[in-house]
Design a protein around this ligand. Sequence first.
Ligand SMILES: [Zn+2]
Length: 169
Amino acid sequence: MSTLKILKYPQKGLREIAPIVTQFDDALRQTVKEMFEKMYADQGCGLAATQLGLSLRLFVMDTSPQQNQPICIINPEIISKEGESISEEGCLSFPGVYARVMRATKVTVNYQDEFGQPQTMTADGLTSHCIQHESEHLDGVLFIDHFSKLKRMMMLKKLEKVQKAAAAE
Ligand SMILES: [Zn+2]
């Protein structure tokens, strides 16, 4: 079983900018495998390496309803954005906190897979929002950054409450 631990806000590491991945070896693929295990275990639809304290420019995601379509995105570069839409987002680093975030409806992303092969994906809906959310993690940007100071304070209060309740369990 994986020993990876998800950093919770405001733990250090979440604001790190992840360096480009250059080594596409078995060790990398093992890390990716463990990231998927962790993401599924915690019922997330996306998980970025920076959320685990790993200095790797990559994230894993699965936005399919059955959670059976794993996609690993390495060195992502969003090359086009279209439209605007709002959808409710959560984040494994902010357990229990949800908020409606405005993002591009449709994105096209260039990336590499776990074998270093260049790939391109165009996505909309939940997948598009997930790609944007996870890509931001790799630059140390968090979803709370999309909101006003007041709204952010409310979200952090909620987070504190959830964490206190979890600690008391
Ligand atoms: Zn997140």
